[in-house]
Design a protein around this ligand. Structure first.
Ligand code: HEC
Length: 118
């Protein structure tokens, strides 16, 4: 019986090791595809947002959603985001093409994505 117990212990130890390796491997793989979780980008985006967007879209993106859309509910659609930010929309959302670089807009997207309501 003792022998049986130690085999179980060894088996479960092996399972834990495999699980830990699998979990440990995830963040590196995720980084290449997902912008959120990239803290420096989010921090830069937060500053750019406070500077260029917050007076219309609300501090920290909190607003009534009546005049400007609540960006926390903007869909996970980076192409649409970049297009609107560069070109503006309906003469109400101003264009930023001349003011913000592609990197600035990437940072803004990271920040907006980090605040998305699930
Ligand atoms: C002068 C006020 C103003 C500023 C500044 C402003 N926005 Fe907007 N934004 C608007 C308005 C108004 C709309 C709604 C336009 C519409 O749907 O007709 C809008 C819409 C949007 C949308 C949704 C567009 C869509 O495709 O549905 C996004 C995304 C957005 N703004 C991002 C930003 C970002 C990022 C910044 C800062 C770089 C910013 N806005 C600065 C007024 C502003």
């Amino acid at each position: 019986m003792r022998r049986g117990v130690s085999i179980w212990a060894a088996a479960s130890f092996a399972a834990v090791t495999v699980t830990a390796l699998a979990v440990g491997g995830l963040p590196a793989a995720a980084q290449t595809t997902v912008a959120d979780g990239d803290q420096p980008m989010i921090e830069r985006g937060k500053l750019a947002y406070a500077h260029s967007c917050s007076h219309c879209h609300g501090p920290n993106m909190i607003n009534a959603g009546t005049v400007t859309p609540d960006l926390r509910t903007f869909p996970d659609d980076k192409t649409r985001f970049v297009g609107t930010v560069k070109d503006g929309k309906n003469n109400k959302m101003p264009p930023w093409r001349e003011t913000l670089s592609d990197n600035d807009i990437d940072d803004l997207w990271a920040y907006v994505s980090s605040r998305r309501k699930k």
